[in-house]
Design a protein around this ligand. Structure first.
Ligand SMILES: Cc1cc2nc3c(=O)[nH]c(=O)nc-3n(C[C@H](O)[C@H](O)[C@H](O)COP(=O)(O)O)c2cc1C
Length: 378
């Protein structure tokens, strides 16, 4: 197995990874974050006891901060699957309260990820067959791929309000932070991306800065509904599920244009989603997307992407298996303060006790990940 042994890692970087820290107002036991991962295991949007047990196991297993799977805001077409959990409705909120309490009892913190899929909403699915009500900036799911309708100003105002109400609910339920899903080609990213945002009004425009308007209004609205000190994370990515090679920012300057307005609006921390954390983002530097995000915004940042595995998650959907791999390259970057927190997806899906095993050098107990784990993980 290609896993680095504990002795190969520098002890100072390891103690930094596993030591307590205060980042963006969050007091954490360590720097390990469970990445948001959709499960579609909440029938009719209600997370049940099994969902609580699933997150509790990862908290017991040593994650410092858990970010929930994408959770629907209260808009009729915010979802692509009827079993994705809601953050509205009495039964769903009771379910989330149980999750929050279980994670807290286990000693970890938990943030909820707010999600609207935009043009990816359950198209052609049996549960919702009305395509026209699907909403997105320009009625496009991808380049020249029509789907649903372009949002009216009223749709936009109502959607922004739904984000704000969801954040207010998160505070009331006892979540420790809120994360807005602005990545991977979903609604907010459909506004950022020039291929899916062809609007001629104030929500569109030629530059990436012009196209941040919708996200900025979401952030502003959320900020009015949550305490000033309540930690607010924003997740974004260059790549889209519509196009893995898409880029919102070709240069560090454009990255600053994209993220600067979000900091001004009240984002405390960014979650820079990339598929492989070791890949440099721009020429002439080894910094990854998280590293550049920190450099241009001076805000704390979470890195992510194939931590602890040798293959990225897109490969897994094409039938590849990812083997456990060394953390050495990650620790080198952590030691250089390129990012503040480290999110782990599939490795923690595969094994709730991944963090504990890494911490105690029990790497021989780690196993490979393939998508069949999605059927069997618990
Ligand atoms: C099954 C699965 C579901 C995912 N669902 C979400 C999601 O709901 N929200 C999100 O922002 N990212 C989602 N992602 C992306 C992960 O958060 C993470 O960025 C990605 O898996 C890369 O991390 P990894 O290489 O450690 O798995 C999902 C990934 C997987 C494997």
């Amino acid at each position: 197995m290609a896993v680095g042994r504990r002795t190969e890692m520098t002890s100072s970087a390891l103690s930094k990874l596993f030591g307590p820290c205060r980042i963006a107002g969050l007091d954490l036991n360590n720097r390990l974050v469970m990445a948001p991962m959709t499960r579609s295991q909440s029938p009719s949007g209600v997370p049940d006891q099994r969902v609580a047990a699933y997150y509790e196991r990862r908290a017991v297993g040593g994650m410092g901060l858990i970010i929930t799977e994408g959770t629907a805001i209260d808009r009729p077409r915010s979802l692509d699957d009827p079993n994705v959990p809601h953050l509205f409705g009495e039964a769903a909120l009771l379910g989330w309260k149980r999750v929050v309490d279980a994670v807290h009892t286990a000693g970890a913190k938990i943030a909820v990820q707010l999600w609207h899929v935009g043009a990816f909403a359950g198209r052609k699915s049996a549960w919702q067959s009305d395509d026209e009500s699907i909403e997105s900036p320009s009625g496009l799911r991808g380049p020249r791929e029509p789907c649903g309708h372009a949002m009216s100003e009223e749709d936009i105002a109502d959607t922004i309000d739904a984000y704000a109400r969801a954040a207010e609910t998160a505070v009331a339920l006892g979540f420790d932070a809120v994360e807005v899903h602005g990545a991977h080609g979903y609604l907010i990213d459909q506004y950022f991306w020039k291929e899916t945002n062809l609007r001629a009004d104030k929500y569109g425009g030629a530059t990436v800065k012009d196209r941040t308007r919708f996200a900025v209004e979401v952030v502003n609205a959320i900020r009015t509904k949550i305490p000033k000190t309540f930690p607010f994370i924003f997740r974004f990515s260059q790549f889209k599920q519509q196009d893995y090679s898409a880029r919102l920012a070709q240069t560090p300057g454009e990255l600053e244009e994209l993220l600067g307005p979000l900091v001004e609006a009240g984002v405390d921390m960014f979650h820079a989603s990339q598929r492989r954390f070791w890949e440099p983002e721009f020429e002439g530097s080894s910094l990854n997307l998280a590293g550049w995000t920190r450099r241009v915004t001076h805000a704390p940042v979470i890195t992510v992407g194939s931590v602890g595995l040798n293959g990225d998650y897109m490969g897994n959907w094409q039938g590849e298996t990812s083997q456990p791999s060394s953390l050495d390259r990650l620790l080198e970057r952590l030691e250089k303060d390129e990012f503040d927190l480290v999110a782990i997806g599939r490795a923690v899906l595969n094994d709730p006790y991944w963090a504990t095993k890494i911490r105690h050098g029990r790497t021989d107990e780690l196993s490979a990940f393939d998508v069949s784990a999605l059927e069997t993980y618990y």
